[in-house]
Design a protein around this ligand. Structure first.
Ligand code: AMP
Ligand code: MG
Length: 348
């Protein structure tokens, strides 16, 4: 398939180019679009045929449902079983447009492929001028999972998308690096107590401020490998770099001496170390990449996928990653890191 690559500037959007993208969506084709979380692989969410193309391009398992992106509250109307309740309205008011996906009971207008046969649908409004304008021009909700080949780190830069999707989609919109750099938080509000199915760009602490401490809980599947999680996507290997990745968890001194020992023992010398600004000078004789300061983990979360792809480019055999704190954005960061490592964690 011939993929048209179109560059757009979010400060000064060329509407004619974006109209071409919208036409592709209307004609049931596929367009990679920038969002504030990660780049998404979009298609008309109301068409089974269009949505099937997403699964094909990504090699995504069909039992992993998609997030539907809207540009207005009205656009959700047809997708929902019930009118919005007070809790939904509060969350929308506080976090939309933004990196919070809400899971609602769905109507029968939602194609089964989008919701993978579940009785719910996941919806969000992206906080990105190009994404919002594209949805508006196409005038249909756009289903868009992350625009990576299934299993690979999500794309936060246009070059990642081109690596993964050139030849697999009709158009790629190339724009700036994704601002948040980690996917949306998925929050199930079809339940009496809202449940975080996937931590992401909106933190547990932020949700607690709106819903109260009792009003939101964390799915305990988030930190485990399970066959049948509520958020089907959580069961698959994800974000995995080519190298073996091990997370090293414990006191800072123990982490450093464990990783130094591994570098010392290594014969190949092709070792990667994923660490922080505070510790990067500790390691010599390895490919050391910092994700940023431990005091700014939102930046670390934003850098993680690009760093994992960088290790792939260097071609290291094994990566040792320091474990980070799990407060605020640390929760999403560590969730992605653990999944990338296939839960290969050593406590030191
Ligand atoms: P991605 O768009 O690739 O970041 O993945 C979308 C995530 O949302 C996956 O983890 C899905 O399992 C989850 N998801 C989408 N729809 C639903 C739904 N109806 N119920 C629960 N989780 C969902
Ligand atoms: Mg994904």
């Amino acid at each position: 398939m011939n993929t048209e690559i179109v560059e757009l500037n979010e400060q000064n959007i060329d509407i004619e180019k974006l109209k071409r993208a919208a036409k592709i969506i209307v004609n049931l084709g596929t367009v990679v679009l920038p969002t504030e979380t990660v780049y998404g692989l979009g298609a008309n969410a109301l068409s089974s045929m269009a949505v099937k193309k997403i699964f094909l391009a990504k090699g995504r398992p069909v039992d992993n449902p998609l997030i539907v992106h809207v540009c207005s509250i009205e656009m959700m109307g047809d997708l929902l079983q019930d009118p919005l309740d007070l809790r939904a309205k509060k969350l929308i008011e506080a976090f939309w447009p933004g990196p919070l996906t809400l899971v609602f009971k769905r109507s029968d207008k939602v194609p089964l492929e989008v919701c993978a046969n579940l009785d719910t649908v996941a919806i969000r409004m992206p906080d990105h001028p190009i994404a919002l304008k594209l949805i508006e021009l196409a005038n249909v909700p756009i289903a868009a999972p992350s625009a990576n080949v299934s299993g690979k780190p999500s794309p936060t830069m246009a070059q990642h998308v081109i690596q993964d999707m050139d030849g697999r989609v009709d158009m790629i919109i190339s724009a700036d690096r994704s601002r948040i750099g980690v996917e949306s938080t998925v929050l199930d509000i079809s339940l009496p107590v809202a449940l975080i199915l996937r931590p992401g760009g909106v933190t547990l602490e932020q949700l607690q401020k709106v819903l109260g401490k009792e009003g939101v809980s964390l799915d305990n599947m988030i930190n485990d490998v399970v066959d049948k999680p509520r958020s089907p996507g959580m069961k698959y290997t994800h974000y995995a770099p080519n190298a073996t990745l091990q997370i090293v968890r414990g006191d800072k001194e123990n982490i450093i001496s464990y990783i130094k020992g591994k570098i010392y023992e290594s014969v190949s010398g092709f070792i990667g170390v994923l660490c922080s600004d505070e510790t990067k000078s500790e390691y010599q004789g390895a490919h050391v990449i910092s994700i940023g300061s431990v005091h700014r983990l939102e930046q670390g979360a934003s850098n993680l996928f690009a760093v994992l792809r960088e290790f792939d480019q260097i071609g290291v055999d094994v990566i040792y990653a320091e474990a980070f704190g799990e407060d605020e954005m640390g929760l999403a960061l560590m969730n992605r890191l653990k999944k990338a490592a296939g839960f290969n964690i050593v406590d030191v």
